[in-house]
Design a protein around this ligand. Structure first.
Ligand SMILES: C[S@@+](CC[C@H](N)C(=O)[O-])C[C@H]1O[C@@H](n2cnc3c(N)ncnc32)[C@H](O)[C@@H]1O
Length: 469
C-alpha cells in the first residue's frame, strides 16, 4: 500500500489519496482527529491513540475528511463492538470505544464548547454522571421501514451518511424487552400485505415502527406511522399483538402524509388497548403517549434531576417555572419541593398529558400553560416573582426572546438543561455577558452511551444571590 506520510505539499492533497496518521483527539461529531503534513484530517470510526491509514474522501482548504482503510496500531481505548452491525449502522458512532473513554471525551466536549463558544476560560464542569448501563438503555426506538432486494419488510436505522436501511432484529442500546416486537412485527406487516412507504415516489403506507417501554413498569406501546388511516385488518392484527405480548398495553396509528423527514404527524389514533403507557419517574407516575417527548434514558434523567435538586437545596417557598416542560417530567417531581410550579410547553398533546399527570398524582400546586416559551415568558404575570427557571429547549437552544425575558424578570437561579453543548454555551454566554448572572457549574450526564451525544445541566445564579461552593 502506498501512502503519504509526514510533510505533504498542499497541492498533493486530493480525494482518493492514502495518508498515514495518528489520531490525537475526537471532534464534537465523534470523528477521530489527526494531522498529516500540517493538515487536519477527520476520520470516523477511529479513536485517540489509533495509528491508521485513511483514504481522503473530502479535501477542503482548512481540513480534509478520510475513511479508515487500515488500522496500523489500535488505541488502548478501542474495543470490539457489542453490535454486529456497528460498522454499517448510523445509529451509534462510538460502539468501538470503551465506555470510560467515551465519558472522558464527552466531558471534554462540554469543556471545549464552554471555552470556545461560551468564552468561559475556566468553566466548572463536574465529573460526568452515568448510570450502571451503557447498553439496553433506550426506552423508545423509532425505526424507518423498508423493503429488501428480495421483497422482505425491514426495519432498522440508516447506514452512516445514507438513506439505505440496515435491517435490525435487535439493537444493543434499545431496552432488550422490545426485541421480540422489533423482530416479529416486520413478519406480521409482511403477511398482512401492508405496503411500505417509498420516500422518492411518495407512495406506500407504512413509514416507521415506533416502540416505547416504561423502564419501571415494563408496559409497552407499539405505533405505526402511516400515510393512510385505514390499513386492512389493522384492528384484528392489533388485538393479536396485545394477546401475543402481555406487556404491550396499546397499539396506535400515527398519520403522516407529509413529504418530510419529520417522523410523526400531528394525529395519533389508538387502534387497540391504551393510548399511553405508565412510567414511574422520580417518585411520580407519568402517563406517556405514543408521540409525546419523554427522556430516552429514564435512569440517567432521574440521576441528573436528583443531582441538580440536591445542589439547589429547595426550601419550599420558591416559585418555579419549568420552560419546555413536555409532559411534566421535571415539573411534577419538583412541584412537591416548592410553593408553586408552572410548566410551559408548545405541543398541545404534551400539555394535556402534563395536566392529566398532575391529576393522577394529586399534585395541586402546578399549572401548565400551552404556547411558545418566547411568548409566554414575556406575558407571564406571577406573584411573587419566579425564583427559579428551568429551561430544557430542543437542540437549537433558546430563542433570543427567551434570554431577553429572563434578563428582564431576573430569577435568582436558572437551570439550563441541554442535549447540545454548543447552543448551551452560546446561550450561557448571553446570560452571563449581561453582568446579571454567573455560571456556577455545569453537570454533564451520559444519557446516550455509544453515541457522541451528551446531556448537560448548567446552573446559574443571579450575581447578588447564592453562590455554590
Ligand atoms: C428536550 S424536550 C424537554 C421536555 C421535558 N423537559 C422533559 O424532560 O421531558 C423539549 C420540549 O420543548 C418543547 N418545545 C419546543 N419548542 C418550544 C417552544 N418554542 N416553546 C415551548 N415548548 C417548546 C417540545 O415540544 C418538547 O416537549
Amino acid at each position: 500500500m502506498r501512502y503519504q506520510n509526514g510533510m505533504v505539499q498542499q497541492s498533493q492533497w486530493q480525494q482518493g489519496k492514502l495518508v498515514q496518521l495518528e489520531i490525537t483527539d475526537l471532534n464534537s461529531s465523534g470523528e477521530g482527529v489527526g494531522r498529516c503534513g500540517g493538515q487536519v484530517i477527520f476520520v470516523p470510526d477511529t479513536v485517540t491513540g489509533d495509528r491508521i491509514v485513511a483514504r481522503l474522501t473530502e479535501v477542503k482548504s482548512q481540513y480534509a475528511r478520510g475513511k479508515l482503510v487500515q488500522l496500523l496500531e489500535a488505541s488502548p481505548h478501542r474495543i470490539r463492538s457489542r453490535c454486529i452491525v456497528a460498522d454499517k449502522c448510523g445509529g451509534c458512532q462510538w460502539q468501538h470505544i470503551d465506555w470510560e473513554y467515551q465519558l472522558e471525551a464527552k466531558h471534554q466536549q462540554v469543556v471545549k464548547a464552554l471555552r470556545r463558544i461560551g468564552g468561559f476560560s475556566h468553566p466548572k464542569v463536574a465529573p460526568i454522571l452515568s448510570t450502571a448501563y451503557s447498553l439496553n438503555y433506550r426506552n423508545k426506538s423509532t425505526y424507518p421501514l423498508g423493503i429488501s432486494a428480495t421483497g422482505k419488510v425491514q426495519a432498522g436505522y440508516y447506514r452512516k451518511g445514507s438513506h439505505q436501511l440496515v435491517n435490525l432484529n435487535q439493537c444493543p442500546v434499545q431496552d432488550a424487552r422490545l426485541h421480540p416486537l422489533l423482530s416479529e412485527t416486520k413478519k406480521d406487516i409482511q403477511q398482512r400485505g401492508w405496503t411500505i412507504y417509498n420516500e422518492k415516489k411518495h407512495r406506500g403506507q407504512l413509514r416507521h415502527l415506533s416502540l416505547r417501554i416504561g423502564n419501571r413498569t415494563g408496559e409497552m406501546l407499539l405505533t405505526l406511522v402511516s400515510t393512510e388511516w385505514k390499513l386492512p385488518d389493522l384492528k384484528e392484527q392489533a388485538q393479536t399483538w396485545l394477546k401475543q405480548y402481555p406487556q404491550l398495553v396499546g397499539v396506535c396509528l400515527n398519520y403522516n402524509r407529509a413529504r418530510t423527514n419529520v417522523i410523526f404527524g400531528r394525529e395519533t389514533h389508538t387502534v387497540a388497548g391504551r393510548s399511553y403507557l405508565r412510567e414511574i419517574f422520580a417518585g411520580v407516575e407519568l402517563h406517556i403517549g405514543a408521540d409525546t417527548f419523554f427522556q430516552i434514558n429514564t435512569e440517567a434523567a432521574e440521576l441528573l434531576l436528583q443531582t441538580i435538586e440536591a445542589k439547589l437545596d429547595l426550601q419550599g417557598h420558591e416559585v418555579l417555572i419549568d420552560a419546555y416542560c413536555g409532559i411534566g417530567t421535571f415539573t411534577l417531581p419538583l412541584a412537591s419541593k416548592v410553593r408553586q410550579a408552572i410548566g410551559i410547553e408548545l405541543y398541545q398533546a404534551s400539555v394535556a398529558q402534563a395536566k392529566h399527570n398532575a391529576e393522577i398524582n394529586a399534585i395541586a400546586n402546578v399549572t401548565f400553560m400551552a404556547g411558545a416559551v418566547e411568548k409566554i415568558l414575556h406575558q407571564l404575570k406571577v406573584k411573587p416573582d419566579p425564583d427559579i427557571v428551568f429551561l430544557d429547549p430542543p437542540r437549537k437552544g433558546c430563542a433570543p426572546a427567551v434570554i431577553d425575558a429572563l434578563l428582564t424578570f431576573k430569577p435568582s437561579r436558572i437551570v439550563y438543561i441541554s442535549c447540545q453543548p454548543t447552543t448551551l454555551a452560546r446561550d450561557l454566554k448571553l446570560l452571563c455577558k449581561s453582568g446579571d448572572y454567573q455560571l456556577d457549574f455545569v453537570q454533564p450526564a451520559d444519557f446516550f452511551p455509544q453515541t457522541t451525544h451528551v446531556e448537560c445541566a448548567a446552573v446559574l445564579s443571579r450575581l447578588d444571590q447564592f453562590k455554590f461552593a
